[in-house]
Design a protein around this ligand. Structure first.
Ligand SMILES: *Cc1c(COP(=O)(O)O)cnc(C)c1O
Length: 459
């Protein structure tokens, strides 16, 4: 499979470039030049596969000769052996819908599913390349912990994680900052997540700097993450017995990565009906999908901090599709968004979006009420992000086999849970120790030169 950039589809890339670079040099996102679409028969042949075997099938079509089938198989087995569930994820019935628990990995959020794999991809790549790289990543709370767990202790790679100071939960922060590995560096930025993301983007854009430190990225735009995430859409689809009723997924959304993985599964032939883009009050994607208004506003701090985002980076991949693969038009739209902070989606494109996506928005109060209702009625504790996904089905009022992606373990957000149902959401036993560990991170202003200096002093 060859890859192109959403802003220049004349030049092709191999999976290796796409994986290591993350972002294309022209600022665009990598996508496959053409996608393998499975037939109905092929899709149904995946039905009884264990999670790892399904992952091998799906991921192998994307990686070309990056590694052999056998190496991929070993890496997938290794990556998913650290999960607390044999089949990585777990589907439970909660009232009239199903909840797909994606948080049984080492850092208690769905991001582990992709990141464990990426960590082992890096190790494989660096063993063969004999060079040292520096991963720099911005996090709204969960990516950082997942990336650190995946990279810690690995040879020839350092990881620098930028999180917004005082805007992640204390459990989220401790999962990042209590490790003792010498290749892990935490930076708390005086700013919000978008500031962190912009710092990383401008460091990448400074070619002198990024080439000098051999900078690499694992943000949610990284294509390898997307393909790893598309696997659980397939897997959970097959767990639903009744296939005569349409299957819909509701996805708590920030950067549009996870829900895009569902869209990718659909493009590969998985008969998903609708994908619901569930947002908190940072609702730029809800405004875009329901009214055609993609307009950047100020980020509000919420009890679902991993979704406190106004610039949904992966949305560019959808914009490229809406533009029927016109790369210069996509570059122009992205430039307009950068300059004016807004993009008006016309009705024709909006109709196209709505064949695949619906959207919803939830206030803080509605989130707390949903956590309370689900707990009282079904004795299930949802974290605030997952509650947004759960409640979205009531907002869009769509019938069918409805699957909610539960993206984080409730213990990551103890204050919100306490507030909603007066319960202490406890960490799994094997992670309790982090609560008393010493934390290690450096607070730095939202200033790219200071961050660069800090990084250079440590490599
Ligand atoms: C990252 C994250 C999200 C948002 O996922 P995107 O891929 O950025 O849309 C939702 N919930 C949790 C718990 C997360 O960590």
């Amino acid at each position: 499979m060859k890859y192109i950039s959403t802003r220049n589809n004349k030049k092709t890339f191999e999976f290796k470039d796409v994986f290591i670079k993350g972002l294309a040099d022209d600022g665009g996102l990598f996508i496959p030049e053409s996608l393998r679409k499975y037939s109905e028969t092929e899709i149904s042949s995946f039905k009884n596969l264990e999670y790892n075997d399904l992952a091998k099938k799906i991921i192998s079509t994307f990686i070309g000769d990056f590694m052999s089938e056998n190496d991929l198989s070993n890496i997938i087995n290794k990556s998913y052996s650290v999960f607390r569930k044999k089949n990585v994820v777990n589907l439970i019935k909660v009232g009239d819908r199903s909840v797909l628990e994606l948080f049984h990995g080492p850092t208690l959020a769905f991001k582990d599913v992709a990141m464990q794999l990426l960590g082992n991809f890096y190790e494989y790549y660096l063993n063969n390349e004999n060079q040292k790289i520096n991963i720099v990543v911005a996090t709204s709370g969960d990516t950082g912990a997942a990336a650190i767990d995946a990279i810690k202790g690995k040879k020839n790679v350092n990881i620098f994680v930028l999180h917004p100071h005082n805007r992640v939960s204390s459990v989220q922060r401790k999962l990042m900052t209590t490790g003792k590995d010498e290749n892990v560096f935490n930076i708390a930025i005086n700013g919000n997540f978008d500031d962190c993301q912009n710092l990383v983007k401008s460091m990448f854009a400074d070619k002198n700097f990024s080439n000098e430190i051999k900078m690499s990225g694992v943000n949610s735009i990284n294509w390898a993450r997307i393909i790893a995430q598309s696997v659980y859409y397939f897997y959970s689809y097959f767990l639903i017995e009744d296939k005569d009723t349409p299957i819909n997924f509701s996805v708590p959304t920030g950067n549009f990565g996870d829900v895009y993985a569902g869209y990718l599964a659909k493009k590969m032939g998985l008969p998903i009906n609708k994908l619901i883009v569930a947002t908190n009050q940072n609702d730029i994607l809800h405004r875009a999908i329901s009214r055609g208004r993609y307009e950047v506003e100020k980020v509000a701090e919420t009890i679902s901090p991993s979704m406190d985002i106004q610039i949904a980076s992966n949305f560019e991949r959808l914009i490229y599709d809406l533009n029927n693969g016109d790369d210069s038009l996509t570059a122009k739209v992205m430039n307009d968004i950068k300059e004016k902070g807004k993009y008006k989606i016309d009705q024709e494109k909006l109709d196209k979006i709505n064949t695949n996506f619906l959207s919803s928005k939830m206030s803080e109060d509605e989130i707390l009420k949903t956590i309370e209702l689900v707990y009282k009625k079904f004795n299930v504790v949802l974290d605030p992000h997952s509650a947004i996904g759960y409640g979205a089905f009531d907002k869009v009022n769509i019938s069918g086999n409805n699957i909610v992606l539960a993206t984080a373990h409730p213990c990551k957000f103890p204050d919100a849970i306490k507030n909603a149902i007066d319960l202490n959401a406890e960490l799994p036993k094997e992670l309790m120790y982090i609560l008393d560990e010493k934390e290690n991170y450096k607070i730095i202003d939202n200033n790219v030169d200071e961050v660069k200096k800090h990084i250079k002093e440590r490599i």
